[in-house]
Write a protein that binds this ligand. Structure first.
Ligand code: FES
Ligand code: FES
Length: 140
């Protein structure tokens, strides 16, 4: 079926012009860092967050993942900046793929990398602060 093979214009735009990626010489003083995926598989994803008053003030990311992973994480980065930590923790792959106008079905695993790494970065931030993670129990 054709649509299995087609990327939406929004996906293409985010793939060609990914938002909020960490530039090679960029100095980004982050408050939390999250790493997911496996380097061996090549789908590693890293998210860096700056936090102020329990909001995502800014975010950068890096991945060795594919086009779908890049588009999903680019979209996620735009959605996450400005959210409270709680809202950001509850961003789902479905919300991200909806905003992209859909992704081919077999590409689902690529779309979960960004939000997983974002939760890991929030976990890391709270841990560094010595705080309990109040959001964790809400996530399956
Ligand atoms: Fe893990 Fe390929 S088997 S990304
Ligand atoms: Fe593994 Fe997309 S990140 S195929």
């Amino acid at each position: 079926f054709m649509s299995q093979w087609v990327y939406t214009p929004v996906v293409k735009d985010h793939f060609m012009n990914p938002r909020n990626t960490l530039k090679e010489d960029e100095q980004f003083d982050y408050d939390g860092i999250g790493d997911v995926g496996s380097l061996a598989c090549g789908d590693q994803m890293q998210i860096l967050i700056k936090v102020k008053d329990d909001r995502i003030l800014d975010l950068r990311w890096l991945t060795y993942g594919c086009a779908s992973a890049i588009a999903s994480t680019s979209m996620m980065s735009e959605m996450a900046i400005g959210l409270t930590l709680e809202e950001a923790y509850h961003l789902t792959p479905a919300m991200i793929t909806d905003a992209l106008g859909g992704l081919p079905e077999h590409k689902f695993h690529c779309s979960v990398l960004g939000d997983k790494a974002l939760r890991a970065a929030i976990d890391d931030y709270l841990e560094k602060q010595g705080r309990e993670n109040p959001f964790k129990k809400h996530v399956a």
